[in-house]
Write a protein that binds this ligand. Structure first.
Ligand code: F6P
Ligand code: MG
Length: 477
């Protein structure tokens, strides 16, 4: 990681790290305990029950250590090879207590510790402690899901009919229209990240829906502080014009549910429009930062679309809010079915590829990618464009360090920047302190707005997902 700038630390009272370690993480563990409790009491199997109780006690112990500022202890050997790297780093840091430890490492360590509890059991090895929350939020996103399904169908149908009416448009007209669509799809994909679960622990059904509709998206365009989408578009159209046969786009995924849904919409659009020929998705391998995508979330999402009836059923939150089930209309059903079939076909044709790698759940930043995961590094160089979704990916790209806000993005991503051979596009709604590539005076200007942090020394505006940055690096030396 960088030595030029200091990483954010949980002891820094001006950083979101401070609140995260003291307030957010204990809540996340408590919710996890509730979930395991529930599953434990739903089982009739004695061993599962016994192990479930052990998991609850281990989670409670972890929460105690966190709240009482105890030392971070080595992760037990749970049979996975990444434990060694986590523990080596912990040892190298010397004494590390929860309330004064680098934010990035300690937050990754937290999720790895939780995962190791499950991996030490027989019956709960592949249990996802956050699956319930992820699915329930996806169901609460129904209005936006339906709106986008309709939009997607229109786009695909239009692109296909244009293709048949060859020659009706000039090259410039087609490119201009494509650029508008590309921007729209990417922005949908960007704001889909604003609704992640680790941050919005108290989100109501109405709040969620307000964040997701097309109205909200238009209103939010002015909140994109840097927007490099045009550069990314150029990369894809140039490759297309050059007649390159294989044109791959990678998406380093962030959250499941609604965000994964919009990622698939973007991917589908890239394939249908011919801007890409394959899309490679990079999910996580262990339950991560509450809402991150695991391979199983893919299938869960697709089967929900395939069986609209399950989608009509109410989520727990909706039931709690006293809602009544609203049946889907025939058109809505047909649109969901269209999506399912369209994506299913691309999957069957090998155009959607799922490629997990342990590196994505390691404790360090992406500055380490070339050395720590050389195969993955080489693989990403093959891609026309690697899209990094969300806040944590951005923190990892920039090493979660306190760069001056005007530091160029290409500098802050270190070895992932110039000379890496990787074309990086970060689509990030800001939910943490680090932010780079801003114009001179911009940070100060937003701090002075309501809720921006003012003179407190806190960059509060960057914590809530209200603002975003879309930044590009072409990887050339
Ligand atoms: O800032 C809150 C936080 O939990 C960060 O710790 C983390 O970087 C982020 O939210 C997770 O958000 P995302 O899902 O966008 O990566
Ligand atoms: Mg996430």
């Amino acid at each position: 990681d960088t030595f030029t700038a200091t990483q954010y630390n949980t002891n820094d009272a001006t950083s979101f790290a401070h609140i995260s370690a003291r307030e957010r993480w204990p809540i996340i563990i408590t919710q996890g305990i509730d979930d395991v409790h529930r599953s434990t009491y739903l089982t009739n199997d004695e061993e599962t029950h016994k192990e479930g109780k052990w998991i609850v006690s281990e989670l409670a112990r972890l929460k105690y250590e966190l709240q009482h500022d105890r030392e971070l202890t080595p992760i037990p050997d749970d049979g996975e090879k990444d434990v060694e790297a986590y523990n080596k780093e912990l040892e190298a840091m010397g004494t590390s207590k929860w309330h004064s430890v680098p934010w990035l490492y300690s937050e990754c360590y937290l999720y790895r510790r939780v995962s190791s509890i499950f991996k030490q059991t027989q019956k709960w090895k592949s249990y996802d402690i956050f699956a319930r929350q992820k699915m329930s939020t996806f169901k609460s996103s129904r209005p936006a899901v339906l709106e986008l399904a309709a939009r997607y169908k229109d786009i695909v149908t239009e692109l296909e009919s244009k293709r048949q009416a060859k020659g009706a448009e000039t090259q410039e007209q087609r490119e201009a229209a494509e650029k508008v669509l590309f921007t729209e799809m990417c922005e949908i994909c960007l704001w889909g990240n604003a609704t992640d679960l680790s941050l919005l622990t108290n989100l109501s059904y109405e709040d969620l829906q307000k964040l997701q509709g097309s109205e909200a998206r238009k209103a939010s365009e002015k909140n994109i502080l840097v927007n490099d989408l045009e550069k990314a578009f150029k990369i894809l159209t140039t490759a297309q014009k050059e007649g390159k046969k294989e044109r791959r786009v990678d998406i380093v995924l962030d959250n499941a549910g609604f965000e994964l849904y919009v990622d698939l919409i973007l991917a589908g659009y890239l394939l249908v429009s011919g801007l890409a020929t394959t899309v490679v998705f990079h999910p996580k391998s262990i339950p991560w930062f509450v809402s991150d995508v695991l391979p199983a979330d893919f299938s869960a999402l697709l089967s929900t679309l395939a069986q609209p009836d399950t989608y009509e059923a109410l989520s727990d939150d909706e039931k709690d809010a006293g809602k009544k089930p609203v049946p889907l209309s025939d058109t809505e059903r047909a649109n969901l079915m269209f999506l399912f079939q369209n994506w299913g076909q691309m999957y069957a044709e090998g155009k959607y590829v799922l490629r997990p790698n342990d590196f994505w759940t390691a404790g360090g930043s992406y500055w380490r990618l070339p050395g720590a995961a050389p195969d993955l590094y080489e693989d990403l160089k093959e891609s026309e464009l690697v899209i990094f979704k969300g806040d944590l990916n951005y923190r990892k790209l920039t090493a979660d360090a306190a760069w001056p806000a005007t530091t160029p993005f290409t500098e802050a991503i270190g070895p992932m920047g110039p000379g890496s051979g990787i074309r990086v596009l970060a689509l990030r709604t800001c939910k943490a302190d680090v932010v780079v590539g801003l114009a001179d005076g911009e940070d100060e200007k937003i701090r002075a707005t309501e809720g921006g942090g003012g003179d407190s020394g806190l960059r509060k505006w960057a914590w809530s997902g209200k603002w975003a940055v879309v930044q590009f690096s072409d990887g050339k030396a």
